[in-house]
Design a protein around this ligand. Structure first.
Ligand code: ZN
Length: 393
């Protein structure tokens, strides 16, 4: 009965071996070999060769043909020391692979030579458990969850739309949420603004939201901007670096300001608005689709566009629209699916219908068009008042 050492020595005579120095040189060339790591999961997590694929030795035979359909491809297999990879190389040769070799000395020798390796970031056990339902979705998975944890989303307003949007983004593990709002919690807010509560009456909304969000998910950091967004502070606030803006503003001057600033800062905006039983959602992606001004070059006259404070709103409506905004924001961060870019989604809660209007970029748009006429911040309150009265045409 041969010993393990004898079998290993025998296998090593049957497979090709390459060393770290040669492999590293080959990786720099255009016809670099594919790298296959056959170590266990925890070894892989502690560091691996850049660009390597990982299949633990135990799953190798069952998974290799799906991963490497070309049996003539050049594959360098490695493990920690070169033993498991030798057996793996023999096994692949038996499966019909023609150009397989084993890295002698394995990852240990690679590191000893001082060559580069990658250490994957990993979710903590608590995070694996918290985001378990995301990890099950192929479009999210561990990589997507890391993207969410690294993401920075700015919410304009901690009101009706900002409440559900911030809660769901926080629950999803979006690592940094910026919230801009100058108001304090009022008892008339609580019919819909679920991020706040009765005990927070009189408290600044950004601080109330921060407390709720950080209690929901300790992975989330809230950057609170207790101020009204204006032409004077918008560059400072947007300049803090955001992947997505969720616009839950309840007034036209802020919407136009957010629009212009987001184009100049090149940040996609998930827009939402609500009135009584009706809601609208869309995505404005600078350079990709239309902007708010392409859709609405001028705001409507104030009497035709009452705010929620003037016209009222069904309490649950912002819950639906703000959740749709959160969904769009998550897709933008993950880079999956089709966003509402170029589509205006209309929701009617009374009839329970969704309609969709295709919206196109306007080449003559004063901000995102071919020959922009607005290139710096204007007085947005004045713009809306004049435009509303039909003056600014
Ligand atoms: Zn535009």
């Amino acid at each position: 009965m041969p010993t393990y050492r004898e079998i290993l020595a025998q296998v090593k005579t049957e497979v090709d071996e390459v060393d770290s120095i040669e492999t590293r040189e080959r990786l720099e060339t255009p016809d670099a070999p594919l790298l296959l790591d056959v170590r266990e999961h925890d070894e892989w997590q502690e560091g691996h060769l850049p660009g390597a694929l990982h299949v633990p030795r135990g799953n190798l035979e069952s998974r290799v043909e799906a991963l490497f359909p070309d049996k003539n491809a050049e594959i360098v297999i490695y493990c920690a020391s070169g033993a498991r990879s030798a057996f793996a190389a023999k096994s692949l040769t038996e499966l019909g692979y023609t150009n397989v070799s084993s890295l002698s000395g394995g990852f240990t020798d690679w590191k000893r030579n001082g060559f580069d390796f990658e250490t994957p970031r990993v979710l903590s056990p608590a995070q694996r458990s918290r985001y378990a339902r995301h990890l099950l979705i192929p479009e999210v998975g561990e990589k997507g969850q890391q993207k969410l944890l690294d993401a920075r989303v700015l919410l304009i307003g901690a009101g009706g739309l900002g409440s559900p949007a911030s809660l769901y983004l926080a629950a999803a593990g979006v690592g940094t949420l910026g919230i801009v709002d100058a108001d304090v919690v009022d008892d008339s807010n609580l019919q819909r603004q679920i991020v706040h509560s009765t005990e927070r009456l009189g408290e600044p909304k950004v601080l109330s939201a921060k407390r709720t969000i950080e209690a929901l998910n300790p992975d989330v950091r809230v950057e609170a901007f207790e101020e009204r967004l204006t032409s004077d502070n918008v560059d400072r606030i947007l300049g803090a670096g955001w992947d997505v803006i969720v616009d839950g503003a309840d007034n036209f001057p802020t919407r136009y300001l957010v629009n212009d600033a987001s184009i100049w800062h090149d940040i996609p905006v998930v827009h939402g608005s609500i009135y009584r039983f009706e809601g609208q959602v869309t995505v404005f992606q600078p350079g990709v689709g239309p902007c708010y001004r392409c859709l609405f070059p001028y705001p409507p006259p104030p009497e035709l566009a009452p705010s929620c404070a003037e016209g009222g709103v069904l309490g649950v409506l912002p819950g639906i629209v703000g959740s749709l905004q959160a969904s769009e924001a998550l897709k933008l961060v993950l880079g999956v699916g089709e966003t509402l870019t170029g589509r205006l989604l209309l929701f009617d809660a009374l009839a329970t219908t969704f309609d969709e209007v295709i919206v196109k970029r306007d080449a003559a748009c004063p901000v995102c068009g071919e020959h922009p006429t607005i290139t710096e911040y204007v007085d947005y309150v004045e713009f809306c008042n004049l435009a509303g009265r039909g003056v600014a045409q």
